[in-house]
Design a protein around this ligand. Structure first.
Ligand SMILES: [Ca+2]
Ligand SMILES: [Ca+2]
Length: 123
């Protein structure tokens, strides 16, 4: 019984440790597990967010993306990177790729070019 209690305490510690790691992510307000895109730099203006892939962004954010945040959940075998493409359905060049937890408040190459994105194992 005592062993069980210790195990439970360790589990709680591990959980809170994980949360502590996830919390200081950065400036971007983006739900856990999702990829977020803003129409302006520095996570400004309207935000679009997805938990999955989107092969054709809605018109208000397509070619209007100016900051990005990958708040996807990481883990073994999990597609936790996000690739953004200049055309719909992964067409054209990859404009930006975000590693797990990465936030980009601006990127001159990718600015106002994105039309679709996909979660991937790497960049
Ligand atoms: Ca923009
Ligand atoms: Ca485009």
């Amino acid at each position: 019984m005592k062993r069980l209690a210790l195990t439970a305490a360790a589990a709680v510690l591990a959980l809170s440790g994980g949360l502590a790691l996830a919390a200081p992510a950065g400036a971007a307000s983006c739900p856990s597990g999702e990829f977020c895109v803003w129409e302006h730099a520095n996570f400004g203006g309207q935000r679009a967010n997805w938990s999955g892939d989107d092969g054709w962004w809605e018109s208000w954010i397509a070619d209007n993306d100016s900051s990005w945040a990958n708040h996807g959940i990481s883990g073994p075998g999990v597609k936790d990177h996000v690739r953004v493409y200049e055309d719909a359905y992964r067409g054209g060049a990859m404009t930006i790729c975000l590693t797990p937890g990465q936030e980009a408040n601006y990127n001159g190459v990718a600015n106002d070019r994105g039309d679709s994105h996909t979660w991937a194992m790497n960049c």
